[in-house]
Design a protein around this ligand. Structure first.
Ligand code: FNR
Length: 190
């Protein structure tokens, strides 16, 4: 059985992030052949093409971490009907310098939790448009729009609701299958 290295982004910088809690849940529920490593975005400066000639260490580390990953998972909040600036900034760094787009052909999936009922649906649509341009190989189904409540997600990666747990486990199993399919025809060169 192959083991797949999955790098994941948490789109929030909040110390109380519900999406970080969701990422803990996902790591706990994932199939045994997925190994998760967070790719940090907090310390990246704001991207400018002026850096293209000499990327700072944080941005080099970002691109190296994506290169070591066989797939990428985005766990993101919705901010003002789109993705947080910190996540967009990280994607912009990874997509450059021109000709070295780190997301090219990489298997990806998106998921997010919101305190509102739409569960990051619009943020995910916005992120999908960005990832399309970055030529990432996106899992298009199942989608996962989560309405976060402390009752369902009490902390420490726990889920109290059995149907939510099953839904997330199935989402992760589908992601594993998506990774396997993409890498069969587009193996990662690392
Ligand atoms: C939000 N929130 C929010 N929620 C939503 O469902 N749609 C939205 O467009 C927004 N917009 C928005 C903008 C900004 C600047 C903030 C700070 C918040 C509420 C959001 O769902 C809530 O704060 C979550 O807790 C954010 O996820 P993290 O940061 O806790 O992971």
């Amino acid at each position: 059985m192959s083991t797949y290295q999955v790098g994941y982004f948490v789109g929030s910088l909040s110390s109380k992030s519900i999406n970080r809690e969701l990422s803990k849940v996902l790591v706990r529920l994932a199939p045994g052949d997925l190994e998760f490593t967070e790719i940090p975005i907090r310390d990246l400066p704001l991207y400018s093409p002026d850096y293209d000639a000499s990327y700072p260490p944080e941005a080099v580390a970002l691109k190296d971490a994506i290169q070591r990953s066989q797939a990428i998972l985005f766990v993101t909040p919705e901010y003002n009907r789109s993705i947080p600036g910190a996540l967009k900034n990280a994607i912009d760094w990874a997509s450059r310098p021109w000709g070295t787009n780190s997301f090219d052909h990489v298997p990806t999936a998106v998921i997010g939790a919101s305190i509102g009922a739409i569960g990051t649906a619009l943020a995910q649509q916005s992120l999908r448009a960005v990832l399309s341009f970055c030529n990432a190989r996106q899992m298009t189904s199942p989608e996962a729009y989560l309405h976060f409540t402390p009752e369902t997600f009490p902390g420490d990666g726990q889920v109290t609701n059995e149907s939510t747990r099953e839904f997330l486990a199935n989402y992760l199993a589908e992601f594993r299958d998506h990774i396997a399919r993409v890498l069969t025809v587009l193996p990662r060169q690392s």
